[in-house]
Design a protein. Structure first.
Length: 233
């Protein structure tokens, strides 16, 4: 079976993932730094708002300002790293995300974003390791698990990819991208019937989503080729 490289883009963690309002009374902040932290926090909130609106540049500027005011602010560093990744600044994203993890190791979604940095570079082994690190902290992280499936497929491990997509769908049945990539993985395995079924499911689930139009059309094309090939057997 021919190999298609048109896998849906690696999913990124949701905007402001893991955001929690800090408890200033319990925060481990030197009282002398509290005023600076509060000022940085206002810019952090601005970044969260911009990020929710998909205004990556504005969000990046707000997170950067928060870090400039109070550098030891892991959540702001994490936000800055997320935005650097979305803006294609991979080296900056890696540096900032690693710094956020140094300050706050439990910020496990930073591993997901680091995995996506490596994925964008085509280093799927390193990407898979970061996604696995994220899943060690939260086995129900659907984004990390979906991305791990994509990394496995690019590592010529389609069977492992399918297992991850199935786990994602068990966590979130509406994660329809899984069906498309699952179909590709089944093709890699030479499982035509399973691939056609996965394409069918994806087409039905994504048919009314204008953002999925390109992928629905591709799925229809690939499904047609599979069906015609089956008739010729």
């Amino acid at each position: 079976m021919w190999r298609k490289t048109a896998v849906l883009i690696v999913a990124l963690a949701a905007a402001a993932a893991g955001y929690e309002k800090p408890d200033l009374e319990k925060a481990d902040i030197d009282p002398e730094d509290l005023a600076r932290f509060k000022e940085a926090y206002t810019f952090y909130l601005d970044g969260v708002g911009f990020e929710k609106d998909a205004s990556w540049v504005s969000a990046s500027q707000a997170y950067r300002k928060a870090v400039e005011i109070y550098h030891n602010y892991p959540d702001a560093l994490y936000g800055l790293g997320r935005m650097a990744l979305r803006l294609g600044r991979l080296d900056e994203a890696e540096d900032v995300l690693r710094e956020a993890l140094t300050l706050k190791p439990e910020l496990h979604r930073a591993h997901t974003e680091l995995g996506s940095v490596h994925y964008r570079r085509g280093d799927y082994n390193k990407a898979a390791l970061e996604y696995k690190d994220a899943l060690k902290h939260d086995a129900d992280d659907a984004v990390a698990r979906y991305n791990l499936g994509n990394a496995y497929r690019n590592l010529d491990k389609p069977k492992d990819a399918v297992k991850e997509y199935e786990k994602v769908l068990a966590l979130d049945p509406d994660y329809v991208d899984c069906y498309y990539n699952m179909a590709l993985a089944y093709e890699d395995m030479g499982k035509v019937e399973e691939a056609v079924t996965a394409y069918d499911t994806f087409i039905e689930a994504a048919a009314d989503d204008p953002n999925q139009l390109e992928w629905v059309n591709r799925a229809k094309e690939y499904r047609k080729i599979l069906r015609e090939g089956k008739k010729d057997e």
